[in-house]
Design a protein around this ligand. Structure first.
Ligand code: SF4
Length: 704
């Protein structure tokens, strides 16, 4: 923007899925003053450590500021011509299966929409996947199986009006801090009980009334046991089950096979029976229950079944879509939800549609698409395997760092070097993925410079607004996609001049031939003029054209998006671990986040304040395991799996389960050459979602 605002700009934090509103004002000597937006309904003025340090992360150090081909600085025209030409050449020689684009939950909805439209509608390739595959795709698959659509039923307010909050595989105190603070405030005000179900003793577990440190991967058994308990104790909502669901008997029968009694459940989870009984009793006797779940559920080889087992218990009690109750998936990234909405997953089309013939035809007609993808594309792990085999020959990576974050990250980095045509859109000039020597580097505008929308965990669309001029020759990602599309001959369909025009098209598609038959509908926003878009206040979907906005929850009275309108209970599969520790690799490696870093640290790593919380990569291990492996607290350990090894500082932690290790995901070859734990993670994936299991790689640990 040429005329940068003098007053603070209302925008949205670029980190987690809470989606906090931020007031940002550029400082005279660079950086910006940051404050929480008291009018934003996600945070009402609060910010966590990461959000409040945003002003310290805006320096241009290490930014990619110019397009490059090889090591050569070039004009945008030259870079865009070469990008388009590489995809044209590959398409003509090898067909649409040989091209792909890999996106990011950090992108804005407008970026995501443009990329999805070009690849799925105009290049005929559904090889469009995203790092959200690593984050929440098991929740997507779980929602679709049970509800017939990827719908989060509840709202943040339900978390404050619940009487029982059950956290499953979620360290919200560190990963969704502002929302967690809202829940703690509600606990102080109304005595909300908190149960934390997590193998680790986390900051969230410290505040819990009851912590169940269950064996890794046994969540499904626990919720099967709960379903059996609810049935046997007469705690079902028989009327809701009869009127609005189907498949209950089969789901209960399967639950009885997996967890027939409370004692069997406790044994399967390696928990004291009295603690399991206490949890069951709390759940059974509390009407207002919200079950929140995050990566401990999603990042598992049977993650979709874990989601299903949780949803079963809420459907069986009719505790869904009503005030203070429901299942609630906490999304990791700022715009994982927006990506889902435009179809930024290889198994989705735009506007939450799948690859059914009617949906393919509907999207084709809306876009007037000349070469519509007719079948699902490759999900992330399969996509990079296809790159390794030489089947995908042209790849565009946008706003993400798969050479750090993908499972078997070393193999992914090696695979990238095989590509005939490799394009990266990035904010930074150097990271592990750029280390794989892309042919073309496109400089992307960053947070504070970009303009568009994101959607948070409660389906609330908020604006990210610019308050800094884009430095150098950086440009928005949607613009780069549109420019490439024009060079491929699709100028008319990609003629947007502003992100608002992209958004309006996206909103219109959500309402196209949608008479309440699909969950995602923001048709009311399709008519926004430029000023309305600019001033758009945070708004939850659905936002149907002509519909009164009286209810922001789904499913209180049924109305699911299955063919029958009834929710499906899920008979979960028997629990079979993807890999079992053995004499070579006797531990289970669990990976996750720390409080003050984000992803691969390209932004948070610039803040001294954030970097002083935990200063180096580490591995947590139970003190008795440390002793038996000859490790000293504070010493160094080599952690090895079948896929690689890293060297990490040892932290002996009594809160760590015996037989398990925990290591954070953030460090990489740019920040600490010995701490890139993605290289260790196996590539076992959930059969429904394709989400990798990042919580249970067999591993060995030894003193250095
Ligand atoms: Fe940003 Fe999440 Fe912190 Fe809010 S809770 S300030 S969205 S990182």
């Amino acid at each position: 923007p040429s005329d940068l605002p003098k007053a603070p700009t209302r925008t949205t934090c670029p980190y987690c899925g809470v989606g906090c509103g931020v007031l940002a004002q550029p400082g005279p000597a660079g950086g910006a003053t940051i404050a929480g937006d008291t009018e934003h309904p996600s945070n009402f003025g609060r910010l966590c450590s990461k959000g409040s340090a945003l002003g310290e992360t805006l320096s241009l150090d290490g930014r990619l500021l110019h397009p490059e081909i090889g090591a050569q600085r070039v004009s945008w025209d030259a870079a865009l011509d070469a990008t388009a030409e590489g995809f044209r050449r590959t398409l003509e020689a090898h067909g649409p299966e040989a091209i792909a684009i890999y996106l990011s939950g950090q992108l804005l909805t407008e970026d995501y929409y443009a990329a999805n439209k070009l690849f799925k509608g105009f290049l005929g390739s559904a090889n469009v996947d995203t790092n959200s595959r690593l984050c929440m795709s098991s929740s997507v698959a779980g929602h679709k199986r049970a509800f017939g659509a990827d719908t989060v039923p509840g709202t943040y307010r339900d978390l404050e009006t619940a009487d029982l909050l059950v956290f499953v595989g979620s360290n919200a105190a560190w990963c969704h801090p502002v929302l967690y603070q809202r829940m703690l405030a509600a606990k102080a005000a109304r005595g909300t009980k908190i149960v934390v179900i997590d193998p680790r003793g986390t900051a969230t577990a410290e505040e819990a009334d009851l912590h169940l440190p269950l064996a890794g991967g046994s969540d499904t058994a626990l919720f099967c046991g709960l379903l059996v308990h609810l049935a046997d104790e007469g705690r079902l909502d028989q009327a809701y089950v009869a009127a609005h669901t189907q498949g209950f008997d089969a789901a209960l029968a399967r639950a009885r096979e997996i967890a027939p009694t409370l004692a069997a459940t406790a044994a399967a989870c390696d928990l004291p029976p009295a603690d399991v009984a206490a949890f069951f009793e709390l759940f059974a006797t509390t009407e207002r229950v919200v079950t929140l779940y995050s990566q401990g559920v999603n990042q598992a080889a049977q993650g979709t079944d874990k989601v299903g087992a949780i949803l079963n218990c809420h459907l069986a009690t009719g505790r869904i879509g009503r005030e203070g109750m429901g299942p609630f998936s906490l999304t990791g990234q700022p715009n994982a939800m927006g990506g889902r909405e435009v179809g930024g997953l290889a198994n989705q089309l735009a506007a939450h549609m799948g690859f059914e013939p009617a949906s393919i035809d509907r999207v084709r007609r809306f876009w007037d698409a000349p070469r519509m993808a007719e079948a699902e594309g490759l999900k992330a792990v399969d996509m990079f395997d296809a790159v390794a085999r030489g089947e995908i020959k042209a790849l565009w990576v946008m706003g993400t760092n798969p050479a750090v974050s993908m499972p078997r990250a070393d193999a992914v980095r090696a695979a990238l070097k095989r590509l005939d045509h490799f394009v990266v859109s990035e904010n930074v000039a150097s990271n592990d993925t750029l280390g794989a020597a892309p042919h073309i580097r496109l400089p992307a505008a960053a947070w504070g410079e970009k303009d568009g929308t994101v959607t948070n965990s409660e389906r609330r669309i908020s604006r990210q607004r610019p308050f800094l001029a884009p430095p150098g020759q950086t440009r928005p990602d949607w613009w780069a996609v549109a420019q490439v599309a024009k060079r491929l001959g699709f100028g008319e369909a990609f003629g947007w001049r502003t992100p608002g025009e992209v958004f309006r098209e996206h909103a219109a598609l959500s309402a196209f031939e949608n008479e309440g038959t699909r969950d995602f509908d923001i048709g009311a926003l399709a008519e926004l003029d430029a000023r309305d878009y600019d001033q758009l206040k945070p708004i939850q979907w659905p936002a149907r054209q002509g519909a009164a906005r009286t209810e922001t929850r789904f499913f209180a009275n049924g109305g699911f998006y299955t063919a029958t309108g009834r929710a499906n209970f899920v008979a979960v599969a028997p629990i079979t671990p993807a890999a079992t520790p053995d004499y070579r690799f006797p531990f289970r490696l669990n990976t996750g986040r720390i409080r003050d870093q984000w992803h691969t640290m390209t932004r948070t790593g610039k803040s001294q304040r954030l970097s002083s919380h935990l200063v180096e990569p580490f591995v947590e291990i139970h003190p008795e395991d440390a002793a038996s492996e000859g490790l000293k607290d504070g010493g160094f350990a080599r952690v090895t799996t079948a896929h690689g090894h890293v060297v990490l500082r040892v932290r002996a932690e009594p809160g760590q389960r015996r037989g398990s290790l925990f290591a954070p995901i953030h460090w990489n070859d740019e920040t600490a050459s010995h701490g890139r734990v993605g290289a260790l993670v196996h590539a076992a994936v959930d059969p429904f979602s394709g989400q990798p299991d990042a919580k249970a790689t067999p591993a060995a640990v030894a003193p250095l």
